[in-house]
Design a protein around this ligand. Structure first.
Ligand SMILES: Nc1ncnc2c1ncn2[C@@H]1O[C@H](COP(=O)(O)OP(=O)(O)O)[C@@H](O)[C@H]1O
Ligand SMILES: [Mg+2]
Length: 367
């Protein structure tokens, strides 16, 4: 059986990655100049992939802050990143030594000796440990600038004392002249609160860059070529539909193409194959969708369905109220719940959209 060339769950390998050369170059320029960079953009449009791909030849501490709730969890995320960084460096060293020795075997223990032993060091308070890691990273990067990435940075707002933490972090980052800091995040509102509010610790500290999904002119030929390489081709109009359903969101296009690939035969792939693929997605997501809907009250379910049917160009309008049978005050409360639960999100233009376009479609079809 042929391997499905489309991949949608997390970090992508070179094979699946559409190069975004202009953006990568821009990012590298900023890294070289040592400015701090803030990257925001909706979920699953390729922030993490872009940052990782751009920095593949730069020493990087990549700190994934998704779901951290305490300072200790931040420290753990950083320690994990430090291990990964050192393992990567160690394997590069081993690789180089290996090549120099022309294939003679290398002692297995080398990697272990090279990596840092942080676990045994006595823990000071969390922030002091965090400071030590960053100071050390700065010190090690005298010859060549390195990078520290805080991915999903807005999660720090959930710490018990976010402001205290952020001001301390700011003062450390200020003195690290050998490091470039990248802060990326997917919750626009929170990112604005962190960087664009005049009272915020990181106010006017960063160059701001708002990432958009991979453009259609890159995405369409790329998807087409992956189908073609595997003996399939997209019938006219199929990609239009894919783009429409997913609103051009990179990760969702990969997901739909994955299911389309899986649910079509060799030759022309048609819009009826697309319907089959969408049904397959509904089946695959049945459990998580059921749980999500069960977590809502009957009224919230009605309002959510109304947003799926009417769309969210306006936050509130008479149609949402008419279809859900619910008054504006209640709709407002429901909307806040959906935004907080990340079921809906607000675009840069203020449009209310479903985080999962396939759930939106499912709710429309039920109507
Ligand atoms: N440059 C790219 N080329 C192809 N697919 C991509 C690219 N960037 C992102 N994707 C798709 O989007 C998914 C989510 O990407 P990710 O970088 O994790 O997004 P984000 O960090 O913005 O949430 C990936 O698993 C992949 O399917
Ligand atoms: Mg990400």
């Amino acid at each position: 059986m042929k391997q499905n060339p489309f991949f949608f769950s997390g970090e992508i390998s070179n094979y699946n990655y559409i190069p975004r050369l202009v953006l990568e170059e821009k990012l590298l320029e900023w890294v070289a100049s040592g400015v701090k960079v803030r990257i925001d953009g909706d979920r699953r449009i390729g922030k993490t992939s872009l940052i990782k791909s751009s920095l593949k030849n730069t020493t990087t501490l990549f700190v994934d802050l998704s779901a951290v709730k305490t300072e200790e969890a931040v420290l753990e995320a950083m320690e994990g990143a430090l291990h990964r960084k050192n393992e990567k460096l160690a394997s590069e060293v081993i690789d180089k030594v290996g090549r120099a020795l022309e294939g003679k075997s290398i002692k297995a223990g080398l990697l272990g000796e090279y990596s840092l032993n942080i676990a045994t060091s006595k823990r000071l308070d969390c922030f002091t440990e965090i400071e030590k890691i960053l100071d050390r990273m700065n010190l090690e990067s005298k010859k060549e600038r390195a990078c520290v990435v805080f991915d999903e940075f807005q999660e720090l707002l959930g710490l018990p004392d976010p402001n205290g933490f952020l001001w301390k972090l700011r003062s450390i980052t200020q003195r690290h002249t050998n490091l470039c800091y990248i802060f990326s995040g997917s919750r626009r509102r929170e990112m604005i609160a962190l960087f664009a509010d005049s009272k915020a610790a990181f106010y006017k500290q960063t160059i701001h860059f708002s990432l958009q999904p991979v453009e259609r002119k890159l995405m369409e030929p790329w998807c087409g070529s992956l189908f073609r390489k595997n003996g399939k081709s997209l019938e006219a109009g199929v990609f239009d539909k894919i783009w429409e359903v997913t609103h051009g969101k990179t990760g969702d296009i990969q997901k739909l193409c994955h299911f389309l690939f899986e649910n079509s035969d060799a030759g022309e792939v048609s819009t009826s194959d697309l319907k089959v693929a969408l049904r397959a997605i509904f089946r695959a997501d049945h459990q998580i969708n059921t749980l999500l809907l069960r977590g809502l009250t009957a009224i919230q379910q009605k309002v959510l369905k109304a947003y799926a049917i009417v769309g969210g160009k306006e936050r509130f309008n008479a149609d949402i109220s008419r279809i859900s049978g619910v008054g504006n005050g209640t709709i407002k409360t429901c909307l806040n719940t959906f935004l907080n639960k990340l079921i809906l999100f607000e675009t840069e233009d203020g449009e209310i959209c479903f985080d999962d376009p396939f759930l939106c479609l499912l709710l429309q079809q039920d109507y």
